[in-house]
Design a protein around this ligand. Structure first.
Ligand code: CP
Length: 301
C-alpha cells in the first residue's frame, strides 16, 4: 500500500478492497485503541464539516490525539509562512497529516516535503480520495457488490472533485456511467478519454428525468460555487437541478441516492424520508472508512 493517500489512482484494486474490508471491521467495532500515543494533524486550509470532523472522530476512536486548524487566519500562514515550512514544522509534532487545500497538487507536494503519511482531504477541483473510498464502501453496502453498477452522476461534473475520483476508482469494477450535467458543467474530456481507453460505457444528458429509472446509484452533487471565477456564471447554474420525491416514481427498487454533501437545494427535503435516500448514512460511513485509512497508513491493520 502507498505511504500516503493523495490520489485514488495511486491505490490498486487490492489496496482499495483492503481499506473497505478494514472499514467493515471498524463499523462492527467503533472504538479500537490501536493508536494510543499517536498524534494526527488535521490541517484544513479550506472549509469542511464532514471530512474534518469525521477524520478527527476517527482518530479519537482509534485512541489517537488530534491537533490542527480549520481557519488559516489563526496560523502563521497569515503572516506569510509557506506551505512547505508549515508542513515541515507540523511533521515534527505528529505521526500522520490529513490536509485539505484549495490548490490542486498541494497534498502531493506536502507528501514530498515530509516523511510522514499524508492524506489528501481534497485539493481544489482535483481529488478527494477519502470521499471516494467512503462512496465505494457505501455502494458496496447498498448494492451488495461493486461490479457492474450503473452510476448516474448529476450536477457539477466539471468542478466536482468527488465525481472525478469516484469515476477513476470505479473503473476497476466494470461500471456503466450516466453523466447528467448542463453543457457548461459537463464531465471534462480527460475523464471521458480515461473511460474510452478502458472500454467503459457512458451516456451524457442534460435532463435529470431522462435516466432516473436506469441507474443503481444516483450520485447527486452541488454546483461548486467556490470554483467559479465569474459569480454570474455560478448564478446561472446554481439551481439547475432539484430532485424531488415526486420524480422517483418508477426508479429501480435497489436504487440509492448518494451525495457527498453539503447539499444546497439539489435534493428537496421530501426525498429524505424515501427508501432511496442514503446520503446521511453515507456521511456516517465516512467515519469508519477514515478510521480504516488512518490505521492502514500507520501500519496497524
Ligand atoms: N463531503 C465533504 O467533503 O464535505 P465537507 O466539505 O463538509 O468536508
Amino acid at each position: 500500500m502507498p505511504k500516503s493517500l493523495i490520489s485514488i489512482n495511486d491505490f490498486s484494486k487490492e489496496d482499495i478492497l483492503h481499506i473497505l474490508s478494514v472499514a467493515r471491521e471498524m463499523e462492527a467495532n467503533k472504538t479500537q485503541r490501536l493508536l494510543e500515543g499517536k498524534v494526527v494533524a488535521c490541517l484544513f486550509f479550506e472549509p469542511s464539516t464532514r471530512t474534518r470532523l469525521s477524520f478527527e472522530t476517527a482518530a479519537k476512536r482509534l485512541g489517537a490525539k488530534v491537533i490542527g486548524f480549520s481557519d488559516v487566519t489563526n496560523t502563521s500562514i497569515s503572516k506569510g509562512e509557506t506551505l512547505k515550512d508549515t508542513i515541515k514544522m507540523v511533521s515534527n509534532y505528529v505521526d500522520i497529516i490529513v490536509m485539505r487545500h484549495p490548490l490542486e497538487g498541494a497534498a502531493r507536494y506536502a507528501s514530498e516535503v515530509c516523511d510522514l503519511p499524508v492524506v489528501n482531504a481534497g485539493d481544489g477541483a482535483n481529488q478527494h480520495p477519502s470521499q471516494t473510498l467512503l462512496d465505494l464502501y457505501t455502494i458496496l453496502q447498498t448494492q451488495g457488490r461493486l461490479d457492474k453498477v450503473t452510476i448516474n452522476m448529476v450536477g457539477d461534473l466539471k468542478y466536482g472533485r468527488t465525481v472525478h475520483s469516484l469515476l477513476q476508482a470505479m473503473s476497476h469494477f466494470d461500471p456503466t456511467f450516466i453523466f447528467t450535467a448542463p453543457d457548461a458543467l459537463r464531465m471534462p474530456a480527460e475523464y471521458k478519454t480515461f473511460l474510452q481507453k478502458r472500454g467503459i460505457p457512458y451516456t451524457e444528458t442534460d435532463s435529470l428525468s431522462e435516466h432516473l429509472c436506469d441507474c443503481d446509484i444516483l450520485y447527486m452533487t452541488r454546483v461548486q460555487q467556490e470554483r467559479f471565477s465569474d459569480p454570474m456564471e455560478y448564478e446561472r447554474f446554481k439551481d439547475v437541478y432539484r430532485l424531488e420525491k415526486s420524480m422517483l416514481t418508477g426508479v429501480r427498487e435497489n436504487m440509492k441516492i448518494l451525495h457527498p454533501l453539503p447539499r444546497v437545494g439539489e435534493i428537496a427535503e421530501d426525498v429524505d424520508n424515501t427508501p432511496y435516500a442514503y446520503y446521511f448514512k453515507q456521511a456516517e460511513n465516512g467515519m469508519y472508512v477514515r478510521m480504516s485509512i488512518i490505521a492502514c497508513l500507520l501500519g496497524y491493520k
